[in-house]
Design a protein. Structure first.
Length: 145
């Protein structure tokens, strides 16, 4: 029997999919499972919304009697917990840390490594300088071939 379903991206659909996956793995021992058992994802929305989500999650886990690890640092917000053999968690990189990362990467389109194709930057391909093109001798080994 083959089951092909449309992907249900709702919370209920996610939970149903996890239950179906658990049932399938239990019924079909030949299907491998991830021994480290980790489900982790990044939260969308604003930094403030993520902090509120993590706060609500901490309260819900406390009420359910589930131990968790909550971390807040200059780089990110995160919460993780373990149920049986599965670790579940989510995080959000702080806006300032993401901006610093993007600033460090801003030079990327301007760096060229010898032997690699030119990088396209701002809709314009980086090309060799005309003075260098004329200086290359087509009879030199490996040039123009």
């Amino acid at each position: 029997m083959v089951i092909i379903a449309d992907r249900d991206r709702t919370r209920a659909g996610h939970i149903a999919g996890l239950r179906q996956l658990a049932d399938l793995l239990e019924a079909q021992p030949d299907i491998p499972y991830y021994q480290n058992g980790r489900l982790s994802f990044a939260l969308g929305g604003t930094e403030e919304e993520a902090a509120e989500t993590i706060e609500r999650t901490a309260a819900a886990l406390t009420a359910a009697g589930v131990e968790f690890d909550r971390r807040e640092c200059d780089h990110s917000l995160r919460i993780e917990f373990v149920l049986a053999g599965v670790e579940y968690g989510f995080s959000r990189v702080r806006d300032a840390a993401w901006a610093a990362h993007q600033a460090r990467q801003s030079y990327e389109s301007n760096v060229q490594v010898a032997g690699e194709a030119p990088v396209v930057a701002a809709e314009k391909a980086v090309k060799p300088l005309p003075s260098l093109v004329g200086a290359l001798d087509a009879s030199s080994p490996g040039v123009g071939r």
